[in-house]
Ligand binder design. Structure first.
Ligand SMILES: [Ca+2]
Length: 223
């Protein structure tokens, strides 16, 4: 077992850093667990995941894949670099209740659910595009789910950013930042929710278009 884990780790470490950020096979207990799926060529929506069975699992604490070329697949899991999907799930802890603004950028499809509520819908086959959504969060534990699908090669993108109440600039969301307190006695929130705030980001119908990276020579590794 130890040898297998070491091999997986070495494979990930030896891969180009910018192409290994969907996650690795190294388990992160408090992070996001991503189940990987193969999807049929021509798939246009994340809806297909309802009936699919995962081919493997990766882990990460953040989704930070800016628009880039992707050709290596997932070391230790699958060599797919196109027509795959990842269903990430995890929990996070809110210390400061209020309206949190999220920004989800992807090539191709993605969605964000918080506590089972669809907050951002960026589904479909498309170039890098960002959509925003806001949600009022009470203090304590919440669930997060990000579904992602890469359609045609070779470009990919998947970033999830967050702005806390009062913050102007979003930053990459990380489960490392939103961990519960070490002392379980502090795991309670007696105070009520803050007053309803105006949601500035509810206009989700028009995605922001992120400039695609410079076109690179198309590489094919289909097996
Ligand atoms: Ca793509």
């Amino acid at each position: 077992m130890r040898t297998i884990c070491l091999m997986a780790l070495l494979t990930v470490v030896s891969a180009p850093a910018q192409e290994a950020v969907f996650g690795t096979t190294v388990v992160i207990p408090a992070g996001l667990k991503g189940d990987i799926y193969h999807v049929a060529e021509g798939t246009e929506s994340l809806d297909v995941l309802r009936k699919a069975k995962p081919v493997g699992t990766i882990y990460t604490s953040a989704l930070n894949v800016p628009p880039q070329h992707f050709s290596i697949g997932f070391p230790g899991v699958t060599e797919r670099f196109e027509w795959f999907a990842i269903d990430y799930g995890g929990k996070f802890w809110i210390k400061e209740p209020g309206v949190y603004r999220f920004k989800l950028t992807s090539d191709d499809a993605s969605t964000l659910h918080i506590d089972g509520l669809l907050v951002i819908d960026n589904d479909g086959i498309h170039s890098p595009a960002a959509r925003r959504g806001s949600v009022r969060l009470s203090g304590g534990v919440h669930t997060i789910r990000v579904r992602y699908m890469q359609g045609p090669a070779d470009e990919v993108a998947l970033t999830l950013e967050v702005a806390s109440p009062g913050d102007d600039t979003p930053r990459i969301f990380s489960t490392e930042e939103f961990k519960p307190p070490g002392n379980p006695d502090e795991w309670n929130f007696a105070e009520s929710m803050p007053p309803q705030a105006k949601d500035m980001d509810l206009d989700r119908s028009v995605p922001e278009v992120i400039p695609a990276p410079e076109a690179r020579k198309r590489r094919r590794f289909r097996r």
